[in-house]
Ligand binder design. Structure first.
Ligand code: ATP
Length: 235
């Protein structure tokens, strides 16, 4: 039986100042699902994530998460709902070491991962407690950024291009970690341009183009729809 809907985004529009960027985004996410937002550069994927957590200018429409319209929740209160955001630039504090970065955000929810559990998920971080953020590779920083969010107790994770600029072997490790998180019941929205990676973790894909969701493709139908998808992506 299909899981209940955890998030329903309906006619979401968003602006940066005068610039109208999202023109009515519609999609939904079921509990325990991994969905991707895919589309060419500038399609509005990052802005969609940022709209959900309240860090754009004006927003209209609705984004219903467990009965709460996220568009009415100020950005500083979103994490308390169990929603974790990992930005594309990762946001690792360069002057803080691994353990300090992990411990930085408050544990908003009970049931967050312990540091040991995070090291089991991402063995590359193990034994690196005192390593400053700047000494980590891009992939290790990505692992740290995800680990930090898991420690807060978030069980709904918004991940913006975790594979961007990362070595293939580390991409595999991040994919394996996301599959473990899914098995543990977490729900994930993944912004991704790497289709192979997206296909290895996701249940459904939503295609964004010019600030709208223009298509939905189940992961099992991805291969059969590759020509259509490549047209959207301009490949
Ligand atoms: P990318 O893969 O390049 O990150 P994206 O699909 O995530 O693309 P967004 O970053 O959401 O796209 O950008 C959507 C549109 O909004 C683009 O036209 C972009 O130039 C514009 N935009 C993004 N950030 C800002 C900002 N801070 N101020 C004004 N316009 C912005």
């Amino acid at each position: 039986m299909a899981e209940p809907t955890l998030l329903n985004v309906s006619n979401l529009e968003a602006w940066y100042g005068e610039s109208h960027v999202l023109h009515g985004v519609n999609f939904n996410v079921r509990r325990g699902e991994v969905v991707t937002l895919i589309g060419r550069n500038g399609a509005g994927k990052t802005t969609t994530l940022r709209s959900l957590i309240g860090v754009v200018g004006k927003r209209t429409g609705a984004s219903t998460y467990q009965g709460t319209d996220l568009l009415k929740v100020p950005a500083h209160k979103v994490a308390r709902l169990g929603i974790g955001y990992v930005p594309e630039e990762r946001g690792i504090f360069s002057k803080l070491n691994v353990i300090e970065n992990l411990m930085f955000p408050p544990a908003w929810q009970s049931g967050g991962m312990s540091v040991d559990e995070i090291y089991t998920l991402f063995p590359n971080l193990k034994g690196r407690d005192s390593t400053p953020g700047t000494r980590l590779s891009g992939g290790e920083q990505q692992m740290l950024a995800i680990g930090r969010i898991l420690r807060t107790g978030a069980d709904f994770i918004l991940l913006d291009e975790p594979t961007e600029g990362i070595a293939p072997v580390i991409i595999e490790e991040i994919g394996a970690a996301l599959r473990i998180l899914k098995d543990r019941g977490m729900t994930i929205i993944l912004v991704e341009q790497n289709l192979r990676f997206a296909a290895s973790v996701a249940d459904r894909h939503f295609v964004l183009d010019q600030g709208k969701v223009v298509d939905e493709i189940s992961n099992s139908a991805l291969d059969a729809n590759m020509d259509r998808l490549n047209r959207y992506l301009g490949v």
